[in-house]
Design a protein around this ligand. Structure first.
Ligand code: HPA
Length: 248
């Protein structure tokens, strides 16, 4: 793969990258407003990377208020070509157990009222991007291969349901998502994935299962459980990111 700069978007629990030698932080203003925070530039395992915490560096921005357009535009504008986006999800189907890492291959958008496209004003541009394969195949395959090489028990595919949030789902909603073919459920995959495609970025997601989705586990979903599972999985995520950076 080329030597282009890699963007990493951190989700819930991932607000910094261990071992990142930070060179500088860059405050960006975009035509779409402010990103979730300054871009953190640095070097990790010899690679130039740019890190951005999707919910802000101290988690103050809920999923429906993230300025996805500003985040993606900012990354593109500073020369990022590939983005690995980390996100917490609920597990719906059998293999998607808590603490598992999933590299999704498909996505369904159930969000609403989010600024979801860059193609609003200038209709002389192509507006219908292909989204048959919503994630960058090359980057997905690299994540899967490297995860296996370092011995992680990951799931190499899955359909991600992007829900509006910030509340969690009802059991009936999860049943519906399963009937639709969804394996995991989160709140940030859209419009982020589609916006990356609109700007021609190679984008892949590294999803961390934080809990069984509503009605799939025992009783209520608690934030203690969610946070504990994310915290337990993040060392694997960091290991995977570090290893991927050595080969991309
Ligand atoms: N539903 C939606 N988003 C989530 C969940 C969930 O169960 N867990 C973590 N993010």
């Amino acid at each position: 793969m080329s030597e282009s700069r890699i963007g990493i978007i951190g989700g819930t629990g991932l607000y910094s990258l261990e071992g990142l030698e930070i060179t500088h932080r860059e405050v960006m203003h975009t035509p779409f407003g402010e990103p979730s925070g300054p871009l953190t530039h640095g070097v990790l395992n010899g690679r130039d990377i740019v890190f951005l915490a999707r919910h802000g560096y101290s988690h103050t921005i809920p999923p429906h208020r993230v300025n996805y357009r500003a985040n993606i535009w900012a990354l593109k504008n500073i020369g990022v070509h590939r983005v690995i986006a980390v996100a917490a999800v609920g597990g719906i189907t059998g293999e998607m157990r808590p603490r598992r890492i999933v590299i999704p291959d498909q996505i369904i958008d159930y969000t609403w009222a989010r600024a979801h496209t860059f193609f609003e004003e200038d209709l002389s541009h192509v507006t219908h991007v292909d989204f048959t394969e919503p994630y960058c195949r090359e980057l997905r395959e690299t994540l899967v291969r490297v995860a296996r090489d370092i011995g992680l028990d990951i799931c190499d595919r899955g359909t991600y349901a992007a829900m509006q949030g910030p509340r969690l789902e009802s059991t009936a909603e999860i049943d519906r998502l399963e009937r639709d073919g969804c394996d995991i459920v989160g709140m940030t995959g859209m419009p982020e994935t589609a916006l990356a495609r609109e700007l021609g970025l190679c984008y892949a997601s590294c999803a961390v299962v934080a809990n069984w989705a509503a009605g799939r586990g025992e009783g209520e979903i608690t934030m203690e459980e969610v946070n504990a599972n994310i915290a337990a999985s993040l060392s694997e995520v960091r290991h995977l990111l570090g290893a991927v950076l050595k080969v991309v």
